[in-house]
Design a protein around this ligand. Structure first.
Ligand SMILES: Cc1ncc(COP(=O)(O)OP(=O)(O)O)c(N)n1
Ligand SMILES: Cc1ncsc1CCOP(=O)(O)O
Length: 459
């Protein structure tokens, strides 16, 4: 079976072919190509909207991104009232995200005025009431605003995402590209908020890159999507804060083990990153808050000097106080969406999941990755149900988020975990196999080598 992770449906002219032909083609793509994410572009008639909804009900996808193309940036009306009704009644309730510009938001809500950021927030909430899980109201056309401000609403929180307004006539296609970029990032495994932010950054970079293009004589020119291929100056397209490949060798500290071996947290962390740990979590179950914050600040400095992210287990307060890169929370800790609200869109959030349902909730809650286990029995965490390689595989397959395996993993079995070869399984998280050993640097180095060999085998 072929794999298409993301399809873009832009049905210009589709109303000139019979409806059942469109349905047949759509069903064939959705059933045969293992599509994960669908993004809609222009849907020219109500019947096409209906056909699409029927196909999606028959062959559900993991995410549906709806760009409600109704009014172009130049103000042209692209879809009539019947399509509008189709969007409102059928498509939006199925959507994981809908991305109207301010004119489209206004039309979707029956021509409400859209003059300010406050109007955009109200519109995002009202559009959310129509059924989509997330709404991004794009404020690029908002008058008198020095920045391009978008409002993202996930049904609980509003996020105001700003980027500098790029002064160029070449804006044709930005809305479509933004939604496509969101779809592509979702297909790669990003959480919704992360996908939106990456997409917005891409648009900002592409607009800047296309600023002086001269093509055609129209009021607007196209903008150039291919900057990443043409531009050797990598810094023009900023990296996201979280790279799933950071999960490759995840070192999780343990205060008891450090005490046993007479090491400070900072010494243990330094040894792990020196040995090649790619991300570190401070899991200090019995530390006093003040000591924990102080230790986190020292560890953060060490990790930053190696370019390795530092996360805090459970304690959002400690993460905030130390400005750590994020947190890891379990099923009985702070819910991911609350952690997201407290930490903001930039920090990394990992969530422990043993089941597909938990994995789904983690994604909805705005997590960046999943920690799944115990894969093997462990003495490090009491009363922890072992889910085995099968349970791990089930969680991975149920989610687009990157996953790190945890529990009883060390030199004897790390290869077997990696060799599962599930695409979103990005690495292993380890406590005792690194920190309950005499030489942390050597153990980390050896495990890194073993993982790298296994990763080569499955490529
Ligand atoms: C990477 C990673 N995955 C899972 C866990 C377990 O977290 P949690 O379920 O909150 O249990 P405790 O670690 O708090 O005992 C983790 N810490 N890291
Ligand atoms: C924190 C945690 N969560 C699930 S298993 C586990 C402990 C992992 O420790 P070890 O790597 O020593 O088995």
């Amino acid at each position: 079976m072929a794999t298409a992770h993301f399809i873009h449906l832009h049905a210009h002219g589709v109303n000139m072919v019979p409806e059942d032909f469109v349905a047949q083609q759509l069903n064939a793509v959705l059933s045969d190509m293992n599509v994960d994410v669908v993004k809609t572009g222009m849907l020219p008639s109500l019947s096409v909207v209906k056909v699409l909804c029927q196909s999606l009900r028959k062959f559900p996808v993991k995410a549906l991104v709806v760009d409600p193309v109704m009014i172009s940036t130049s103000g042209d009306i692209l879809a009539g009232p019947s399509v509008l009704a189709g969007f409102r009644d059928e498509l939006l309730p199925m959507a994981d995200i809908v991305t109207p510009n301010i004119k489209e938001a206004s039309v979707l809500l029956g021509d409400v005025p859209m003059k300010s950021v406050s109007d955009m927030r109200t519109a995002a909430k009202l559009i959310h009431d129509l059924g989509p899980r997330n709404v991004l109201v794009k404020g690029g056309d908002l008058p008198n605003s020095p920045d391009a401000i978008d409002i993202f609403y996930d049904g609980k929180e509003f996020y105001q995402l700003s980027s500098p307004r790029v002064n160029t006539r070449n804006t044709h296609g930005t809305g479509c590209t933004l939604a496509s970029c969101i779809a592509a990032e979702l297909a790669k495994g990003s959480s919704m908020l992360s996908a939106v932010k990456i997409a917005k950054r891409f648009i900002e970079s592409a607009l800047d890159y296309s600023r002086d293009l001269v093509i055609g004589n129209g009021v607007q020119g196209p903008f150039d999507h291919f900057l990443a291929l043409k531009n050797t100056n990598k810094s023009s397209c900023r990296q996201d804060r979280f790279n799933p490949s950071d999960l490759f060798l995840y070192a999780v500290t343990d205060s008891g083990m450090n005490r046993k071996w007479g090491r400070s947290i900072a010494e243990a962390v330094k040894a792990a990153v020196e040995g090649g740990a790619t991300i570190v979590q401070l899991r200090e179950k019995d530390a006093d808050t003040r000591d924990f914050v102080d230790a986190a600040k020292v560890c953060l400095e060490i990790c930053r000097s190696y370019g390795v992210p530092l996360l805090i287990n459970d304690r959002i307060d400690v993460a905030l106080a130390s400005d750590a890169d994020g947190v890891h929370v379990g099923q009985s800790d702070m819910p991911a969406h609350v952690a997201r609200t407290l930490l903001g869109p930039e920090k990394i959030i990992g969530v422990s999941c043993k089941t597909p349902e938990q994995a789904h909730q983690a994604w909805i809650g705005g997590a960046d990755y999943i920690g799944s286990g115990g894969v093997y029995p462990t003495n490090t965490k009491a009363n922890n149900r072992t889910i085995g390689l099968d349970g791990l595989t089930e969680v991975c397959k149920a989610s687009k988020l990157p996953v790190v395996a945890i529990g009883g993993i060390g030199m004897s079995n790390a290869r077997a975990v990696m060799e599962l070869g599930v695409p979103n399984l990005k690495g292993v998280a380890v406590v005792s196999a690194l920190f309950d050993r005499e030489c942390i640097v050597t153990e980390t180095r050896n495990l890194h080598t073993a993982l790298s060999e296994a990763a080569l085998l499955i490529q």
